[in-house]
Write a protein that binds this ligand. Structure first.
Ligand SMILES: Cc1cc2nc3c(=O)[nH]c(=O)nc-3n(C[C@H](O)[C@H](O)[C@H](O)COP(=O)(O)O)c2cc1C
Length: 332
């Protein structure tokens, strides 16, 4: 059995923490509720543009809606102007978030070209000014999420982590890739112990945790106070429960069976429709089918049909048909 790793962000005590990573278009309210239920210790919203928040853009306001059932929840914002970011953070605080997280890691062009996200790894004084301004503006804890550096020749995470702590950040998540890598290559966890030597705030390791086994390995990394999982949660919120069981007992739990996968898929779908209404709740759910149905027999045939359907009852009926088909298929 591994040692427990315990830390606090303000009054929030976290043991062997496994967090849901912020993911644009994915970590909306219904998905966060499901992930919390399966044991995610903190869930993160997708990033929200600070400029849009202060302009009161409806779409962005919806993204920062939080409810008690999902607590503790972090709302992530991005931007490049200390004043705008601090005003946006106040709005996030007012909305009831437990934590405001600052995005200093997004690699995509539309964000970097605004001098936000990972672009701030090239402008550390501005990054520091943003964190300081936000910390001053709100009472809730401010955390940051970033990468190792801009490219392999500018790995500056040790210095960045220290400066962020000095600016008042209460925790730092490191996606162990550079901006140049985007989502390619392999996350390099070997930087984590060195980063932790420089700081006393909690350090959260992120990147390429794909299974209970890799979750355990990541939590065992010297200096990692907690871990954060992104892509591997798609269609697999069970990973939080299974990783925790494995970490606590040393036994690898059985993979979720067909019925559990379909039950959770249907629950997630219904929550999505309740939250967003029709047809949006159904249409936006299409991206989740491939995750939940991954690896199952005849899945592409059913998935192709599901992503074209626009009637909720018909979707549910087809899913039940597929479930029966699979239960018979795997029994034989
Ligand atoms: C579809 C998608 C959307 C993402 N959106 C965000 C985001 O809004 N904010 C953020 O900090 N990171 C975002 N990320 C990065 C993830 O939070 C995480 O750092 C990255 O996926 C590496 O972790 P993983 O290997 O567990 O997926 C996104 C990743 C994906 C795949």
């Amino acid at each position: 059995m591994m040692l427990s790793k315990i830390f606090k962000i303000d009054n929030l005590e976290i043991k062997n923490g496994i967090f849901l990573a912020p993911m644009e278009g994915i970590t909306d309210l219904p998905f966060r509720i499901i992930c919390r239920r399966f044991g995610a210790d903190i869930v993160y919203t997708e990033f929200v543009a600070s400029e849009a928040l202060i302009r009161d853009v409806e779409k962005s306001k919806i993204k920062i809606r939080v409810i008690d059932q999902e607590r503790p929840v972090a709302v992530q914002i991005f931007g490049s102007d200390p004043y705008v970011m601090s005003e946006a953070a106040k709005i996030v605080e007012q909305a009831g978030a437990d934590i405001v997280d600052l995005n200093y890691g997004c690699w995509v062009k539309k964000v970097v070209s605004l001098n936000a996200g990972a672009a701030l790894l090239k402008n550390i004084p501005l990054m520091n000014a943003i964190t300081e301004a936000v910390v001053k503006a709100v009472k809730i804890p401010v955390t940051v999420k970033t990468r190792l550096g801009w490219d392999k020749n500018s790995i500056i995470i040790n210095e960045v982590a220290k400066m962020q702590e000095e600016c008042g950040a209460k925790a730092i998540t490191v996606h162990c890739r550079t901006r140049e890598m985007g989502m390619g290559g392999k996350a390099d966890w070997s930087y984590i112990p060195g980063i932790k030597k420089n700081i006393s705030i909690p350090l959260i390791l992120n990147g390429d945790i794909t299974s209970p086994e890799t979750a355990r390995l990541a939590l065992e990394v010297d200096g990692a106070d907690a871990i954060m999982i992104g892509r591997a949660v798609l269609g697999n919120p069970f990973i939080f429960r299974d990783a925790k069981k494995y970490i606590e007992t040393g036994y690898l739990p059985e993979k979720p069976n067909i019925n559990e996968r379909f039950d959770v898929l249907l629950e997630h779908l219904k929550l999505n429709v309740e939250d967003k209404g029709l047809p949006r709740g159904l249409v936006e759910f299409r991206k989740h089918y491939s995750g939940y149905l991954k690896g199952l027999h005849n899945t592409s045939h059913y998935r192709q049909k599901l992503v074209q359907m626009s009637n909720l009852n018909e979707v549910i009926e087809l899913l039940e048909q597929y479930r029966n088909y699979l239960n018979n298929y795997y029994k034989e």
